[in-house]
Design a protein. Structure first.
Length: 244
């Protein structure tokens, strides 16, 4: 009884000072259509750093009367996440890090299980590890660089550094206006012949399941009868995620 009490007290103290085992970072598939091997990849060791890159496009037009010319904003490039993951199975009896790395590499390939409505695509991936800036972020794996560093006697890889790049999109860091769907709906889309609302959701928001948010915003009662030429308001990614 005394021992149980001591353990409880120790656990409470550990939680208070942050000594409990830290939460592991994870890579998760967030696409509605899943690849064959879609299980989460939990980081064996949390990264010591990662880098977010956001760039804008600025076009410069030469102007004789203005040094440097005239600048014109041309849009914002997708958010880019670069992170180095550390895999190590040296202390395991039959250690082998290749299954997890093989899964990661497979996420760069087109998925076979796609419907006729959608073009072949690789899955959308999320990086889950506490940062609110990445809460709604998902992107495509544009590079996976594996450096194997330690091997067993038969050549099985036991240790590797894996540098990955995820390129995608996320709502502005300041968040969006939660009180008005119309305020957040700055985009429109004109439906073409044969286009479904699910295809519009996939093309504009990254998930076919977000068609419900588009239907609600536009007051569509029957989403399966979408006339060509219909102009749809497109909700923000944050609003679409809330309604799904």
């Amino acid at each position: 009884m005394v021992l149980d009490t001591a353990r409880s007290a120790g656990s409470a103290i550990g939680e208070a000072v942050g000594l409990i085992k830290p939460k592991k970072a994870r890579l998760v598939v967030v696409s509605d259509i899943l690849p064959k091997d879609s299980g989460d990849i939990e980081c064996m060791f949390n990264p010591t750093e990662y880098q977010l890159t956001q760039t804008t496009i600025v076009n410069w037009t030469p102007a004789p009367s203005k040094p440097g010319g005239t600048a014109e904003y041309g849009g914002t490039n997708p958010l880019r996440l670069n992170v180095t993951l550390f895999f190590d199975a040296y202390d395991q009896l039959h250690g082998d890090i290749t299954p997890m790395i093989t899964r990661l590499l497979s996420w760069t390939l087109p998925m076979e299980d796609t419907s006729e409505d959608y073009k072949p695509t690789s899955p959308l991936i999320g990086f889950v590890w506490g940062n609110k800036q990445l809460a709604d972020f998902c992107g495509y794996l544009t590079s996976v660089d594996v450096k194997y560093k330690l091997f067993s006697k038969n050549g099985t890889p036991l240790r590797a550094d894996v540098v990955i790049a995820l390129v995608g999109s996320t709502p502005p860091f300041g968040g969006t206006n939660p009180t008005s769907h119309a305020t957040n709906s700055t985009k429109t889309h004109t439906v073409v012949e044969g286009e479904s609302i699910q295809a519009v959701a996939y093309g504009k928001l990254g998930k076919p399941a977000y068609w419900r948010a588009i239907a609600d915003l536009n007051g569509i009662d029957d989403p399966f009868r979408l006339a060509p030429g219909t102009v749809l308001l497109i909700p923000s990614l944050a609003d679409a995620a809330k309604g799904s």
